[in-house]
Design a protein around this ligand. Structure first.
Ligand SMILES: *[C@@H]1O[C@H](CO)[C@@H](O)[C@H](O)[C@H]1NC(C)=O
Ligand SMILES: *[C@@H]1O[C@H](CO)[C@@H](O)[C@H](O)[C@H]1NC(C)=O
Ligand SMILES: *[C@@H]1O[C@H](CO)[C@@H](O)[C@H](O)[C@H]1NC(C)=O
Ligand SMILES: *[C@@H]1O[C@H](CO)[C@@H](O)[C@H](O)[C@H]1NC(C)=O
Length: 408
């Protein structure tokens, strides 16, 4: 990765939390990487799961608009039989620019997917369209623009329902759900339209995102402004590949803005605190970040700009009318989420992406939610990536998620 690509990755995920010992972990890393490098082509199960001694199944799930998504299932823990015959299914939905690997990067004792399997859950891992293992479509090729013609609205409309239905029909049971970041946004949007809720037992939302208005980093703000400005005509509404040339150029341009010093910013991003293992970060850099559509980035930038959660805005009354029958895009109204839905929200005090102030706005929308159906959980020292990759995430977050699931 070039410094700029590395920077993009930090911009979206890491904010202030890389550990200083990353470079000193090289020998460890090389060892752990070689274990999973060679079978890489065979998919997530054989590269990340079975080497740890777990059963793992690969599935392909077709969405209604023709995308073919890969899913992985870890049906039981390392000690078979734990959890009984009818294990509770749980669906894990990663965030933006990530994929299902997100849940598997640490050791089995630390990674959520393994922890859940060992605690008796039937674990299902989703991979959003456009990511490495979900790049097939019945007719479209990922090299075409048409393939990338979607925003996170389509994840709400097609990807989530397809994966939910698949797990529900395979197990015959209502699902527990864990989302991270964009995985929380699309869930909240779905629930606000009363979608999925008939197949849902309860949902744990890590780093919940419904508002982005209080995102504070200067470079993040510049990037968001660029996405709703001219930059998209330059990038094109196609693939947003964080490892690609176009995105690198885009970042170069941002970094030449007066007042933005990318190297200084990186230092300030990486200087702080908590809880990532250097080997895990290197593993992450090896497999991620993953592509998404530029349209999704624009859609998120609109959320930042407008402070209201709406469907994609075509920025043109006529086109909006064409798509929605109204001049402005329809709102996803979080207050409409069924007030008896079991929700667990966990957020971090150091998270500059789902900022504490934005989480407060979300909680305000949920103020009429049944008190005993909403658990709010705050981790002072955690930032965005700690929730999925932090070495102590099990102690700080996952144990609480599991006891929440067990209580429902
Ligand atoms: C993208 O999809 C919309 C419909 O949602 C369609 O109007 C438009 O022509 C499509 N654009 C491309 C490049 O496929
Ligand atoms: C970091 O990860 C490596 C490789 O998985 C492991 O050997 C080491 O114990 C981990 N360190 C911590 C603090 O978890
Ligand atoms: C959401 O719905 C509530 C009532 O259900 C309403 O008071 C509020 O204005 C709506 N918010 C938006 C942004 O439309
Ligand atoms: C929640 O309330 C709706 C009606 O408002 C009802 O249909 C549904 O069964 C309730 N769900 C639970 C889990 O109580």
């Amino acid at each position: 990765m070039t410094p700029l690509q590395y920077f993009l990755f930090i911009l979206f995920f890491f904010s202030p939390l890389l550990r200083p010992h990353i470079s000193s972990s090289r020998s460890l890393t090389d060892e752990s990487c070689s274990l999973i490098t060679s079978p890489d082509t065979d998919g997530i199960c054989s590269s990340m799961v079975t080497p740890h001694g777990y059963k793992c199944q690969e599935f392909e799930v077709k969405t209604e608009d023709g995308y073919i998504l890969s899913m992985q299932r870890i049906p039981e823990g390392r000690v078979a039989g734990d959890g009984g015959a009818n294990r509770q299914p749980v669906l894990l939905q990663h965030g933006i620019l990530m994929d299902g690997m997100t849940w598997l990067l640490n050791s089995p004792e630390e990674s959520l997917a393994f922890v859940l399997a060992d605690r008796g859950f039937d674990v299902w891992i989703a991979n959003t369209r456009g990511t490495k293992w979900s790049r097939q479509h019945v007719t479209l090729d990922p090299s075409s623009r048409a393939y990338w013609n979607w925003s996170w609205d389509e994840l709400v409309m097609y990807d989530l329902p397809a994966t939910f239905d698949f797990v529900f029909s395979h197990t015959g049971q209502k699902l527990d759900y864990v989302g991270h970041s964009l995985g929380t946004l699309i869930a909240l949007a779905s629930f606000s339209e009363w979608k999925l809720v008939d197949k849902l037992k309860s949902a744990a939302l890590l780093c919940p995102v419904a508002y982005l208005t209080h995102m504070t980093t200067p470079i993040g703000i510049l990037a968001a402004r660029a996405f709703v400005g001219e930059i998209t005509s330059w990038l094109g509404m196609a693939e947003f590949n964080p490892k690609g040339v176009a995105v690198t150029k885009f970042l170069n341009a941002l970094c030449h803005n007066p007042g933005v010093d990318c190297y200084d910013l990186m230092t300030s991003f990486t200087g702080h605190n908590c809880c990532l293992n250097g080997s895990t970060v290197e593993l992450f850099l090896k497999y991620e970040p993953q592509s998404t559509s530029t349209k999704t980035m624009v859609h998120l930038a609109q959320t930042f700009r407008d402070g209201v959660l709406t469907k994609f805005n075509y920025e043109n009354t006529v086109v909006n009318l064409e798509h929605y029958g109204q001049a402005k895009p329809p709102v996803y109204n979080i207050s409409n989420i069924p007030d008896n839905l079991s929700l667990f929200l966990s957020y971090g005090g150091k998270d500059s992406l789902s900022d504490v102030k934005d989480v407060q706005l979300l909680l305000d929308d949920l103020k009429f939610h049944n008190g005993d159906k909403l658990v709010v959980h705050y981790v002072e020292d955690f930032a965005h990536a700690d929730f999925v990759m932090g070495v102590d995430a099990k102690e700080m977050v996952y144990n609480a998620v599991i006891s929440f699931f067990d209580r429902q």
